[in-house]
Design a protein around this ligand. Structure first.
Ligand SMILES: *[C@@H]1O[C@H](CO)[C@@H](O)[C@H](O)[C@H]1NC(C)=O
Ligand SMILES: *[C@@H]1O[C@H](CO)[C@@H](O)[C@H](O)[C@H]1NC(C)=O
Ligand SMILES: *[C@@H]1O[C@H](CO)[C@@H](O)[C@H](O)[C@H]1NC(C)=O
Ligand SMILES: *[C@@H]1O[C@H](CO)[C@@H](O)[C@H](O)[C@H]1NC(C)=O
Ligand SMILES: *[C@@H]1O[C@H](CO)[C@@H](O)[C@H](O)[C@H]1NC(C)=O
Ligand SMILES: *[C@@H]1O[C@H](CO)[C@@H](O)[C@H](O)[C@H]1NC(C)=O
Ligand SMILES: *[C@@H]1O[C@H](CO)[C@@H](O)[C@H](O)[C@H]1NC(C)=O
Ligand SMILES: *[C@@H]1O[C@H](CO)[C@@H](O)[C@H](O)[C@H]1NC(C)=O
Length: 499
C-alpha cells in the first residue's frame, strides 16, 4: 500500500519546515550587528557558532562604567539552550581567564617565539558546545572593562545585575532561555550575591525578567567560617602533606584569637614549611620557583608526566603556575572587610617573607594585548592593557555566603557546588563542610560519578536541588585540568540529568 495522504502532507510539511529553517540566516535577529565578531587573528577556520563582544554602559553611576562582555552562542541549539554567565574571581581577575585557559571555544597554542601571536584551534570541550555563554569582565576596571574604581560586593552585584538587564535588552531573543550564573574562586562571592540581586529584581518587577534557574560555583570562596585554617588543615593532613602528629598539634591552633597566635607560631611555621614549595592551585603540579618559568630548572626537574597533566584530553596547553589574584595563599583566606591586593599581602607578615613565585600568562597576555585582536573583539582604546588580574580596591561587605545559599536554594534555585579535589587554595574540605552545614536531607548519597566508564569524582545530592561534586585530580580551575569531565557534569547538570 502506498503512503496515506496524511503522511504525504506530513512529509511535505516537515520539508517545508526544514527549508524554512535553513533559510533563516541568523538566529540572533536583534543582536547588535556592531558587536558581531567575524574573525579572530590566529584562527583560520569557521566559527562553529556566532560570537559577539563589546560594552554595556551603566549610566546609573558616576562616573559611568563600561562593562565588557564576550558572548558565544551555543553550538547546539542557541534558541533553546541555557544562557550562562561566567565570572572569574580575584577579586580583580578577568573572565578571559576562563575563555583562554578553561572552557572557551578555542585552545590557544603558544607562538613559536616569545611575543608571537598564539594560534587558535577549536576546543572540543568548550562549554559553548551545550550552552550560550557570556564572559563578563567585572567589576569595572577588570580586563577590558573601564574605568578602574574602588568597589565592594554589594556594588558589584548591583552593577552586574544592571549589566544583565541591559544585555538582555540588546539580545531580546535570549530572554526566554533558562538563565544560570557560574564562576569560580572569588566568584563564590559574586555568584550568590548576584543571584540574590536578580531574585530581588524579579520580585520588584525589573524588566526584562531574567529567567534565572540556578547557579554553579567552582572552588569558591564562601566566608571565613569555612574557608579558614580548618579546611586547609584537614586538606594537608588527608593529602599526606603533614603527618598525624603535626595534625594533632595543629588542631588546637585553628580558629584562635590573636593573643593565642604566639603559642601556635611554631606549629604554623612547620605547616608553612611543608606547604610553601607546593603549587597551591594543584598540589600535583610542578611549581616554578623563579619569576620566569622557562628559566626555572632550579629545584628538581619535574617528571615529564607532570607537564603532561595539563595536556590530557587532547588539550595542548602549557601547565600554568600562577600565584596571583585568583584566591589566597597560605593562611590568608578571604575575610570580611577590605580584601588586600597581592602587593599588600606580600608586604604583610602573613606571608612570612615568602616571595611571589612565578607567574606565566604569556599566551593570554600576548593574545589580548595584540592590537589586531583588540580591534577584532571591539576592546576600547580607553581600556587599559589587558592583564589577568588587576590590583582592585575591594571591600567584602556582605559577610558569609551561607545565608545567601540558604535563601536561594529555599526559593527553588538549583545549585551545583563543585571542587577540584587537589586545589589547596580553596580546598574541597571547607566546601564539603559548608554544603553539609546547610542541614538539607541527603537525597543522593555520596557516590562516584563517571565519564568513559572511569570514576571522574564523587558527589552528594541534597534536597532543594543542592549538589556537592568533586572532580578527581583537578586543581583550582577545574575545566583547565579536566576538560571532558567538566563538559560532562556541566551539560548534565544544566539539563537536569543525573550526573
Ligand atoms: C546611557 O547613556 C548613553 C549615552 O549618553 C545613551 O545612549 C543610553 O541610552 C543611556 N542608557 C540608559 C539606559 O539610560
Ligand atoms: C593560518 O593561515 C596562515 C596563512 O595561510 C598560516 O600561516 C597559519 O599557520 C595558519 N594558522 C593556523 C592556526 O592554522
Ligand atoms: C559600596 O560601594 C559604593 C560605591 O563606591 C558605596 O556607595 C557604598 O557605600 C559601599 N558600601 C559599603 C557597605 O561599603
Ligand atoms: C570560630 O570561632 C568563632 C568565635 O569564637 C565561632 O563563632 C565559630 O563557630 C568558630 N568556627 C569554627 C569553624 O570553629
Ligand atoms: C639551569 O641549568 C643550567 C645548567 O645546569 C644552569 O647553567 C642555569 O643557571 C640554570 N638556570 C637557572 C635559572 O637555575
Ligand atoms: C601597553 O601595551 C603596549 C603594546 O604592547 C605597550 O607598548 C605599552 O607599553 C603598554 N602600556 C603599559 C602601561 O604597560
Ligand atoms: C534571606 O531572606 C530573609 C527573608 O526574606 C531576609 O530577611 C534576609 O535578608 C535574606 N538574606 C540574604 C543574605 O539574602
Ligand atoms: C529541583 O529542580 C527541578 C527542575 O529544575 C524542579 O522541578 C524541582 O521542583 C526542584 N526541587 C526542589 C526541591 O526545589
Amino acid at each position: 500500500m502506498a503512503f496515506l495522504p496524511t503522511q504525504h502532507i506530513f512529509i511535505l510539511w516537515a520539508l517545508f519546515i526544514i527549508v524554512l529553517q535553513s533559510y533563516n540566516p541568523t538566529l540572533v535577529k536583534a543582536a547588535p550587528k556592531s558587536s558581531l565578531v567575524t574573525k579572530l587573528p590566529g584562527f583560520n577556520g569557521t566559527f562553529p557558532s556566532k560570537h559577539y563582544s563589546g560594552y554595556v554602559k551603566l549610566n546609573g553611576t558616576k562616573p559611568s562604567k563600561n562593562l565588557f562582555y564576550y558572548f558565544v552562542e551555543s553550538e547546539r541549539n542557541p534558541g533553546k539552550d541555557p544562557v550562562v554567565l561566567w565570572l572569574n574571581g580575584g577579586p580583580g581577575c578577568s573572565s578571559f581567564d576562563g575563555f583562554v585557559y578553561e572552557h572557551g571555544p578555542f585552545n590557544f597554542e603558544k607562538g613559536k617565539k616569545k611575543g608571537d601571536l598564539p594560534s587558535l584551534h577549536l576546543n572540543p570541550y568548550s562549554w559553548s558546545k551545550v550552552s550560550n555563554i557570556i564572559y563578563l569582565d567585572s567589576p569595572s576596571g577588570v580586563g577590558f572593562s573601564y574605568p578602574l574604581l574602588p568597589t565592594n560586593s554589594s556594588q558589584t552585584a548591583t552593577d552586574s545585575h544592571a549589566f544583565l538587564l541591559k544585555w538582555l535588552e540588546l539580545f531580546p531573543e535570549f530572554q526566554a532561555n533558562p538563565f544560570y550564573l557560574s564562576g569560580e574562586s572569588f566568584a563564590g562571592i559574586y555568584v550568590p550575591t548576584l543571584a540574590a540581586e536578580i531574585d530581588n529584581g524579579i520580585r520588584n518587577g525589573a524588566k526584562p525578567k531574567i529567567n534565572l534557574k540556578g547557579y554553579m560555583v567552582g572552588n569558591g570562596v564562601t566566608g571565613s567560617d569555612f574557608d579558614g585554617d580548618s579546611s586547609l588543615l584537614s586538606f594537608v593532613h588527608g593529602m599526606a602533606i603533614i603527618p598525624d602528629q603535626l595534625y594533632k598539634e595543629a588542631e588546637s591552633c585553628v580558629n584562635i584569637s590573636n593573643q593565642e597566635e604566639n603559642k601556635c607560631q611554631t606549629t604554623w611555621s612547620k605547616i608553612g614549611s611543608a606547604t610553601e614549595e607546593l603549587n597551591i592551585y594543584d598540589i600535583l603540579e610542578p611549581c616554578y620557583h623563579s619569576q620566569n618559568p622557562e628559566q626555572s630548572n632550579t629545584t628538581s626537574s619535574p617528571m615529564k608526566s607532570f607537564y603532561e597533566l595539563g595536556k590530557s584530553n587532547n588539550r595542548a596547553m602549557p601547565v600554568r603556575n600562577r600565584m596571583f589574584g585568583r584566591a589566597w595563599p597560605y593562611r590568608a583566606h578571604v575575610k570580611d572587610g577590605k580584601v588586600p591586593t597581592w602587593q599588600q599581602l606580600h608586604e604583610s607578615r602573613l606571608l612570612h617573607g615568602l616571595s611571589v613565585p612565578c607567574f606565566d600568562d604569556e599566551v593570554a597576555n600576548t593574545y589580548l594585548n595584540d592590537a589586531r585582536v583588540r580591534k577584532a573583539i571591539h576592546a576600547s582604546p580607553k581600556a587599559q592593557n589587558w592583564s589577568l588580574c588587576v590590583g582592585l580596591d575591594y571591600y567584602q561587605d556582605l559577610g558569609s555566603m551561607i545565608p545567601f545559599h540558604k535563601n536561594l536554594t529555599a526559593k527553588g534555585y538549583k545549585a551545583l557546588i563543585y571542587s577540584g579535589d587537589h586545589d589547596m587554595c580553596v580546598p574541597y574540605t571547607g566546601t564539603e563542610r559548608w554544603t553539609a552545614s546547610m542541614g538539607y536531607e541527603i537525597v543522593d548519597e555520596w557516590r562516584p560519578w563517571f565519564t568513559d566508564n572511569q570514576v571522574a569524582g564523587f558527589l552528594q545530592g541534597y534536597a532543594h536541588n543542592l549538589t556537592f561534586l568533586t572532580i578527581k585530580g583537578a586543581g583550582h580551575t577545574v575545566p583547565e585540568y579536566k576538560p571532558s569531565e567538566s563538559l560532562h557534569f556541566y551539560d548534565n547538570w544544566l539539563q537536569g540529568n543525573k550526573i
